[in-house]
Write a protein that binds this ligand. Structure first.
Ligand code: IVH
Length: 678
């Protein structure tokens, strides 16, 4: 009998070989049935002998691991983006700039610009060790477990690969998987994704890697960062990766002149409609690495590469009527009903008119012929009017004065283009918006409840404000029904909550009681209080009582809190409904004060001191602020007579310095500060 470890190794290698034949070479040599048999054998063995699971095990492709919170990881090389061009002239300008920096001929490589999200894959000794999203370019989320489910990403390389290198590319979802996913979502009452890019990005950030595997993402390679050189140019570097087990780019063409680049661009502007995935343009790169070096980069993007973005297709269509939709934040959006027209492969009947100012800007009249364009969103947009086709004596389109959902008078703030319904506490779509925000990942993170389920709870009068989630019980939820009509409106289906769903929902709600005060404060939806401001307010005031009693001046002491935010916080706590909600949430066990471990204290040397931090330090500014808090101090944003001292780094602004001197507030250097807290 073969020893277990060897058996596992043999199965792993064999399945990996079949995966490679299937996904990379499009040339399977066994049937799906035989393949599943092998995989099941391996799954069984790995379950029995988890110690022998190999790092390149194909079972990782089916997922199963759950990531609660993605780790933030710094990129070894920053992930730059590309400059965009929209016309032939701009491409010529790019070519001219390149030739100003290099003498002689320049060879370009033309590629497709995949419309997804960038990923960095780090390989050490031939194994995929880390997959990180672009994030802000400097650091991103570690999504390795999810990425391992993508079958066109090799887990283990073959051939003469270097010990350490980084492959970069785009994670995308193809049209087939996108449409299947959206259909499923609509069936269970979840909102569909607006486009494959959003679907890919939402999927990659899922906590459950088995679900990621099920949805089916794909990877398109476009760049390698070597720690040692192993090719002289971009084209060869990607070709080399093919030998190591990657799928070669679908399209990668050398061009000897900008003319050839432009021909490539025109060619793909037509052919893109036949691709099974979205591209939003093409990318042009100088091929030779030495020339790339010579040409250089700005802080944001390389000068040796550029993107050309395709123009969206636009068609004329006659306006039939205008609907006014109230969004989750109360903003009212006018939507045009149009004579159906074909556009980018679908029939368009509706398009957004954005906001009130745009209707005025285009001076849209009833029955006008409008130009429609399909952008990144599911709903196409209106981008112009054919004034010549305007009929005589037709009135202008009038914007509603009252909310079509709740009847409240609409408001337009000075300097803002949107009109909104101010009745945020009682207007149905706004209540739903608040509930959806409350359960969202960065707030209470109740992922057993999605938008569709929240809507069901709301429609059944079970939840009208966030505190109501905590009054739900098994009996109230079991068997709850929602009727779904098919898109043609002819058939109706009913979905209902079953035991497992109900148990999950209740478990999720129960778990949310451990969510810290910082996130609770973000979750309750105070206008203008985002994730970061909530964090700062929580750390400053420590509990909700202190926060709700704070004066405007006290609130404005907090870093980043200006007049607008302070006023909004005060208004929030003046509403009896909000106070009732907080009491009910608190009684249910939701956290309304920082827990001891969230206020890790190193000393009380700065206790009671209000400190303004300004300038650049040897550690990131946020870390400096945390240090102040850990020693009992408070970070305040602006210098006033109540400030105890200003902690000044390099490049402190002259205005702050003058103000501190005028008010005779001591200015302390980084070294002096460390002395203080030593
Ligand atoms: S090269 C330093 N090539 O477009 C070079 N990017 O706006 C970095 N993208 O963040 C990028 N297809 O996510 C490159 N063939 C391609 C691409 C591509 C899509 C994305 C990528 C990047 C963004 C730049």
């Amino acid at each position: 009998m073969e020893p277990i470890a060897e058996q596992i190794k043999r199965l792993t290698d064999e399945i990996n070989r079949h995966n490679y034949n299937y996904y990379m070479l499009d040339n399977p040599t066994i049937s799906d049935y035989e393949f599943d048999q092998l995989l099941n054998q391996l799954i069984l063995l790995e379950k029995q002998y988890p110690d022998y699971v190999l790092p390149d095990s194909p079972t990782q492709r089916v997922g199963g691991s759950v990531t609660k919170q993605f780790k933030t990881v710094k990129h070894v090389f920053p992930m730059l983006s590309l400059g965009n061009t929209y016309s032939e002239e701009e491409l010529q300008d790019f070519d001219r700039r390149v030739h100003e920096l290099v003498n002689g001929n320049v060879e370009y490589v033309c590629e497709l610009k995949y419309d997804g999200l960038a990923i960095s894959l780090v390989y050490e000794k031939g194994l995929l060790v880390r997959a990180v999203t672009r994030g802000d370019g400097v650091q991103g989320d570690d999504v390795t477990n999810n990425v391992k489910t993508i079958r066109t990403i090799p887990l283990k390389l073959q051939g003469d690969f270097p010990d350490l290198f980084e492959a970069r590319g785009e994670i995308i979802m193809n049209h087939e998987n996108f449409e299947r996913l959206n259909k499923e979502r609509e069936e269970i009452g979840e909102n569909p994704f607006a486009n494959p890019r959003n679907a890919a990005s939402g999927t990659l950030k899922l906590q459950d890697s088995a679900e990621v595997a099920r949805r089916g993402l794909d990877f398109k390679l476009y760049f390698v960062m070597g720690h040692q050189p192993y090719a002289d140019n971009h084209f060869d570097s990607l070709t080399k990766l093919k030998d190591w087990g990657f799928r070669a780019p679908d399209v990668m063409v050398k061009a000897q002149s900008i003319r050839e680049v432009i021909d490539f661009m025109h060619d793909w502007d037509t052919r893109r409609k036949t691709l099974p995935f979205d591209i939003d343009g093409i990318v042009i790169k100088v091929n030779d690495f030495a020339l790339q070096q010579q040409i250089g980069a700005t802080a944001k993007s390389p000068r040796w590469a550029i993107a050309y973005k395709f123009k969206a297709e636009r068609v004329p269509s006659r306006l039939l009527s205008v609907d006014f939709q109230v969004g989750r934040t109360g903003i009212v959006t006018p939507v045009a009903n149009l004579t159906p027209v074909p556009l980018c492969g679908t029939i368009v009947k509706r398009a957004t008119l954005h906001n009130k100012d745009i209707i005025d800007y285009y001076d849209i009249h009833e029955n006008d012929v409008l130009y429609v364009e399909k952008g990144g969103e599911i709903i196409p947009k209106i981008v112009g009017v054919d004034v010549e086709k305007r009929e005589l004596d037709v009135p202008k389109v009038k914007f509603v004065t009252h909310c079509p959902e709740c009847g409240a008078e609409l408001v337009q703030n000075e300097g803002e283009s949107g009109v909104f319904c101010p009745n945020d506490l009682h207007c149905p779509p706004q209540i739903k918006g608040k509930l959806e925000h409350f359960i969202s990942r960065k707030a209470m993170n109740i992922d057993s409840l999605g938008e569709g389920k929240v809507e069901m709870l709301f429609d059944n009068d079970l939840v009208k404000n966030p505190a109501d989630f905590y009054t739900l019980s098994y009996d109230k939820l079991i068997g709850l029904e929602k009727k779904l009509s098919s898109t043609d409106g002819k058939t109706e289906r009913v979905i209902s909550f079953r035991e497992k769903t109900v148990e999950n929902i209740l478990k999720g709600i129960e778990q949310s009681k451990t969510v810290g005060f910082e996130r609770v404060l973000f979750a309750i939806g105070i206008r203008y209080v985002g994730e970061n401001t909530a964090k700062k307010l929580a750390r400053f005031f420590k509990n909700v009582d202190a926060l709700s009693n704070a004066t405007k001046e006290e609130l404005m002491q907090v870093d980043d809190v200006g007049e607008r935010v302070a006023t909004s916080i005060i208004d929030f706590f003046l509403q009896p409904e909000n106070l009732e909600m907080i009491i009910a949430l608190r009684n249910a066990g939701v956290q309304f004060e920082l827990r001891a471990e969230e206020t890790v204290s190193l000393s009380d040397k700065l206790s009671g001191k209000s400190i303004v931090v300004s300038g650049v330090f040897s550690i990131p500014r946020d870390e400096m602020k945390q240090l102040i808090e850990k020693h009992g101090g408070k970070n305040v944003s602006s210098i006033s007579k109540n400030t105890d001292f200003v902690l000044a780094g390099e490049k402190m602004g002259p205005e702050k310095r003058n103000k501190a001197q005028k008010l005779e507030i001591p200015i302390i250097s980084e070294e002096e500060f460390y002395e203080m807290i030593k």
